[in-house]
Design a protein around this ligand. Structure first.
Ligand SMILES: C[S@@+](CC[C@H](N)C(=O)[O-])C[C@H]1O[C@@H](n2cnc3c(N)ncnc32)[C@H](O)[C@@H]1O
Length: 257
């Protein structure tokens, strides 16, 4: 039974694809990957069919996550939402390492925050960093409905400030998981601070590392250049082992040694 109907949401024919691609292009953010590399005919068709297959045969989406996803997809900037299969991968990893403390840098309406909170133990906590209360207010009632709002510690201020406060509070090496998914200009700082906050054996996940494929020509684009430099740095970083996954806009998983 398909749990997710792409055609109704982001892939409803050429018009919807154009709108989503344009929105992604203009904002340079999520879902821009729907057009990179595979715009024409059969390869796009095949990719979208395979993507649908992946969702149909691997997604086990909590009903309230689904509700939040559908609400968010109707919102202005809804394209910024994490993809459901990516959020599921992160939650599975967090569950596997028995994560109790997590950080999310860039919450938006909180799809991934909720997905994480659902797998954290009752006394677990996710520090959710964003500058926009407006977006988070969309997710909050759903966090409550899912019965996990007590695990979500939302901090509305620049994420750098929150990460510095956690460090100043003596919380270095106490987090199990961090997900970086906010303003790309600060990714290097987020990575460095999260690396200090996460314990050995913990995971730092970084989204959008392929930047719609622009990392292949980094000189042509400021953010692509920053992203490429960070990718290169992480590749040689002896503090972590790393996997870069071609999932949506590219996901790096850095496992702290
Ligand atoms: C791509 S969205 C995050 C998507 C989210 N992870 C999800 O599960 O759907 C990026 C978010 O980063 C936030 N953001 C941008 N600059 C920020 C900053 N300096 N500090 C904290 N959050 C920031 C934006 O308000 C936006 O909600």
């Amino acid at each position: 039974m398909p749990a997710f109907n792409i055609s109704k949401e982001a892939l409803a024919g050429t018009a919807a694809l154009g709108a989503v691609a344009l929105a992604g292009f203009l904002a340079g953010r999520r879902y821009s990957r729907l057009y990179f590399g595979t715009f024409k005919g059969s390869s796009y068709e095949k990719n979208s069919q395979l993507q649908q297959y992946i969702l149909d045969y691997s997604l086990r989406e909590h009903p309230i996550l689904k509700k939040l996803r559908l609400i968010t997809s109707q919102c202005r900037h809804g394209f910024m939402m994490v993809s459901c299969d990516e959020a599921q991968l992160l939650a599975n990893l967090a569950k596997l390492i028995r994560a109790k403390k997590a950080i999310e840098v860039g919450v938006f309406t909180g799809y991934n925050t909720l997905s994480m909170a659902l797998v954290l133990p009752e006394d677990g906590r996710i520090v959710a960093c964003d500058v926009s209360e407006e977006y988070a207010n969309i997710g909050k009632p759903l966090w409550k409905e899912a019965g996990v709002d007590h695990k979500i510690d939302l901090r509305i201020k620049p994420a750098i400030q929150t990460l510095d406060e956690l460090l100043a509070n003596g919380e270095a090496e106490t987090f199990d998981f961090a997900f970086i998914d906010a303003d790309k200009e600060s990714y290097n700082d987020y990575y460095e601070k999260c690396l200090r906050l996460v314990r050995k054996g913990g995971i730092i996940a970084i989204d959008n590392v392929l930047w719609s494929g622009k990392v292949l020509k980094p000189a042509s684009h400021d953010i692509a250049q920053m992203m490429h430099q960070l990718n290169e740095k992480i590749l040689h970083d002896p503090r972590v082992v790393v996997s870069m996954i071609m999932m949506w806009d590219g996901l790096t998983l850095a496992f702290k040694l």
